[in-house]
Design a binder for this molecule. Structure first.
Ligand SMILES: *Cc1c(COP(=O)(O)O)cnc(C)c1O
Length: 267
């Protein structure tokens, strides 16, 4: 398959300034999800679109809510917590934390998040479990895997995931749903695709040895520039920010060190 990345749009996605803008962007992303599913012979309802609102103001959150979004992704726990606090009047709006977490921020996440997609250490698992017990809550979690081999990326190396999953049944408040990854931010589609293939094959392999109760149904992979490739390779969750909300002011290097150099490789 010859699907290309859309990383060249990086920093150029038009700003969404109204409910109609967000509705139109959601419809356009949905159309591309459906087309990617058709190419891959998949059912479009097997792919969940997670809109990512990081760096966007509360006003954008409210537009997204009015456009029908009920689960939003945020990369930074404190920013997410602030937005959650500011929008508690939107009773059924839920939050997914998709970025790295330090143990000293687990308290925040345990309080408000309904999903955490970047679990990659037992220390964080332990701290989250303790905090969730206190709150009387549970949390859907994804184990983040480093599929690009870049030292700067968070996530477990693939060869540490078997042992990691074996330890997770000790944390009953964490409901393990699957794996998450960030592909190489490269304009070369075949290098991006490789990361997604690795995650899918790892998931298939881990399913054979995962402890009872650890279900690995979900593959969270793909963002604005590469979600169509991710879907062709089996993504069940795509995390899309800029294609829905518009370009961010903050460069990606702010979130992923070295991302900015990689992004323009091959262009
Ligand atoms: C920001 C972010 C995304 C979305 O990126 P876009 O380019 O805005 O689509 C996806 N996943 C993670 C972990 C992110 O931090």
């Amino acid at each position: 398959m010859a699907t290309q990345t859309r990383h060249e749009m990086h920093g150029r996605w038009p700003q969404a300034e109204s409910v109609a803008d967000i509705r139109r962007n959601l419809a356009s992303v949905h159309g591309r999800i459906v087309a990617a599913c058709q190419r891959a012979g998949r059912d479009p309802t097997s792919v969940r679109l997670l809109p990512v609102s990081k760096t966007k103001p509360e006003a954008s959150i409210r537009l997204a809510y009015a456009a029908g979004c009920r689960l939003l992704g945020e990369n930074k726990p404190q920013e997410a917590y602030r937005k959650w606090e500011a929008t508690t009047d939107l009773g059924d709006l839920r939050w997914s934390v998709i970025g790295h977490l330090q143990t000293n921020k687990t308290k925040l996440v345990a309080r408000f998040a309904s999903e955490f997609q970047a679990l990659d250490s037992l220390r964080v698992a332990e701290a989250l479990e303790r905090r969730l017990q206190v709150e009387g809550r549970s949390l859907d979690v994804f184990v983040q895997v480093n599929t690009s081999g870049e030292a700067s990326k968070y996530g477990l190396p693939p060869n540490e995931t078997t042992a990691f999953l074996r330890a997770l049944p000790s944390f009953p408040a964490l409901r393990v749903r699957g794996l998450m990854t960030l592909a190489l931010l490269s304009a070369e589609a075949f290098r991006v695709r490789k990361c997604f293939v690795l995650l899918r094959e790892l998931r298939d392999q881990l399913r054979q040895t995962a402890p009872t109760g650890i279900v690995l149904d979900e593959l969270s992979m793909g963002m604005s520039g590469d979600y169509e490739i991710a879907i062709e390779e089996g993504a069940t969750v795509v995390r899309v920010g800029q294609a829905i909300f518009g370009a961010r002011d903050t460069p990606d290097s702010h979130y992923w060190p070295t991302a900015s150099e990689e992004a323009r490789n091959g262009q």
